[in-house]
Write a protein that binds this ligand. Structure first.
Ligand SMILES: [Zn+2]
Length: 311
């Protein structure tokens, strides 16, 4: 009550002195009403709101979430970020005022709603995204008693971890990713395993296997910079002879068990360019190509990148 009274008395005071201002304001309001009458509802937001779009619209575990951010008032020099759980992912500029961050999802996560915290232009927006469940095939592996697997070397782990952590601002790829080998796909992404009846809770097949013949060509599925070349002779016991391509903006590809390598670190490769040949080096029971696609350090399903353009 008290508030209303004081408000009306201050309005009375305004009437005498500020008629001109009030008229101008009213005109501005009428103009705004006109705009909101014809434009879609999404634009009826506060002037400085972040506009965020997440694709795909019905993601499932293993999918890459693409978070597009439009800023009305950029220019403070810092790119927006997207946080999910404990991780924060950088957004890179796609066009003036338009940024994009990739958020990986994996079979190790629980399906359901997660909150993406989008920060940019001094604002924060929380977005709920529902990630659908997906049934991943299960393999039962029996290891003979006393037979331990091959251990990776420290050097190998260090080099591969540094490669997967790359977040290069440039975007090198264009269009859909190509099939890196002509062989049939023998093991799909995300397969889970039991070893001697015990579920391996941290294991999932981190890529796609192609059963190409030994010596058959391996090509770059998309353009990028060769950021990793490793050989058995250097201690790559698990990966074998390996090539890693940095596609930029947190997207990397790794190619394992090669018999031959046709590129060197620092080379820029085009989509379809020969990078090596299928082999069975490292921890492989027979000739095949393992292609792992990583987004901000996490192994995601390459299949959506093969079928849908992410530009
Ligand atoms: Zn594999």
């Amino acid at each position: 009550m008290i508030i209303e009274n004081s408000a009306s008395s201050s309005n009375k005071k305004l009437l005498g002195s500020d008629v001109k201002t009030l008229t101008t304001k009213r005109r501005a309001i009428n103009v705004l009403k006109g705009i909101f009458a014809v434009l879609p509802l999404t634009l009826a937001l506060p002037v400085d709101a972040l506009q965020v779009k997440v694709t795909p619209t019905n993601p499932k575990l293993g999918d890459t979430l693409s978070v597009e951010i439009n800023l009305d008032n950029p220019g403070n020099g810092t790119n927006p970020t997207v946080a999910s759980g404990k991780n924060t992912y950088p957004a890179f500029e796609m066009a003036p005022n338009k940024y994009r961050a990739f958020v990986p999802t994996t079979p190790l996560e629980k399906a359901g709603t997660r909150t993406l915290r989008v920060a940019g232009d001094g604002q924060v927006q929380n977005l709920a995204v529902n990630v659908l469940n997906r049934k991943f095939p299960i393999q039962h592996i029996t290891l003979p008693p006393g037979k331990a697997g091959v251990d990776a070397t420290e050097y190998e782990l260090k080099r591969v971890a540094a490669f997967k952590a790359l977040q290069t601002p440039q975007k090198y790829w264009n269009g859909v990713f190509l099939k890196p080998n002509a062989g049939r796909m023998s093991t799909n992404y995300g397969v889970r395993r039991y070893y001697n009846g015990t579920f391996a809770k941290d294991y999932y097949h981190r890529g796609l296997d192609y059963a190409g013949a030994a010596g058959s060509p391996v090509i770059a599925p998309a353009a990028g910079r060769v950021a990793l070349v490793g050989r058995v002779s250097q201690g790559f016991r698990i990966h074998g002879n390996v090539v890693g391509i940095d596609h930029g903006q947190g997207v990397t590809s790794i190619f394992m068990h090669l018999s031959r390598i046709n590129v060197k670190e620092g080379d820029f490769v085009k989509a379809g360019q020969l990078i090596g040949a299928v082999g069975s080096t490292g921890a492989a029971t027979g000739p095949h190509l393992h292609w792992g696609l990583y987004v901000n350090g996490q192994s995601v399903d390459p299949t959506p990148w093969r079928t849908k353009v992410v530009n």
